[in-house]
Design a protein around this ligand. Structure first.
Ligand SMILES: Nc1ncnc2c1ncn2[C@@H]1O[C@H](COP(=O)(O)OP(=O)(O)OP(=O)(O)O)[C@@H](O)[C@H]1O
Ligand SMILES: [Mg+2]
Length: 223
């Protein structure tokens, strides 16, 4: 089972992440939510190997594919960006499928450097989802996309998860989005996990005072 133990990260005197123990179910979709600066990206970057933790371990996540919060694109066509990330047979057909799924097919011949922020973010996801993995780590996968774009993104992630049985860990500053798409939600505050619950419980009752205050800002219920 994938798990994390005693994971910490400091910048100077400041502790930006401190997670004692976190066991993740294989195949589960885990949302990491919390306000700006709470440590979401730090946790996801450590999991995906982009940042080194000061202490602790993260084991059992298998092959991880990740996208950072700020997406990038290579200066070549949208279609070539996807083909470039692929191996195996029937590349063109598979690229076409994922580009259609993410609403990018009409843009396939455009240079990817000219995409809008939301389009570039969907392209980064397209490049990821043409490969296999055990764990998807997605830092704010809908951060730059509009409502229709977010629907595409979530449909593509859900299809991929169903086909592969992979674990999905994503961050979002929106607890509403977390509740809609995750089996389980972690709430971070100053690098600490203050809530860890399935969505219905997360919105119904919070264990920490800070969690109560945070959720009170959102008019959502677990019903
Ligand atoms: N390279 C760095 N050097 C110094 N401080 C950093 C560095 N990276 C992150 N931090 C600090 O660590 C804290 C957590 O940052 P992190 O990016 O994990 O937050 P976040 O929850 O992802 O926020 P956001 O919602 O804005 O994406 C912040 O206070 C940030 O300023
Ligand atoms: Mg972040």
């Amino acid at each position: 089972m994938p798990d994390i133990e005693n994971l910490t990260k400091h910048y100077g005197e400041k502790t930006v992440l401190s997670v004692d123990r976190l066991a993740v179910e294989k195949g589960e979709t885990l949302a990491v939510t919390g306000p700006n600066g709470s440590g979401k990206s730090t946790l996801l970057k450590i999991l995906s190997g982009l940042t080194k933790a000061d202490s602790g371990t993260a084991n059992g996540f298998g092959k991880i594919l990740s996208i950072p919060q700020a997406s990038y694109a290579f200066s070549m066509s949208v279609e070539k960006n996807v083909l470039y990330a692929m191996s195996g047979d029937k590349k063109t057909e598979r690229a076409e499928t994922i580009l259609k799924r993410l609403g990018l097919y009409e843009l396939k011949n455009q240079n990817a450097k000219k995409l809008s922020g939301g389009e570039a973010q969907r392209l980064a996801l397209a490049r990821l989802l043409v490969n296999e993995c055990d764990t998807l780590v997605l830092d704010e996968p809908t951060g730059a996309v509009d409502i229709d774009g977010a629907d595409c993104v979530w449909r593509a992630i859900e299809e991929y998860r169903k086909d592969s049985g992979c674990t999905v860990i994503f961050s979002t500053h929106s607890p509403v989005e977390a509740g809609k798409h995750a089996d389980r939600i972690l709430l971070l505050h100053n690098g600490l996990v203050t809530e860890d619950a399935k969505p219905s419980d997360f919105f119904k009752e919070q264990k920490s005072d800070w969690g109560k205050k945070f959720i009170a800002q959102f008019s959502v219920s677990g019903d």
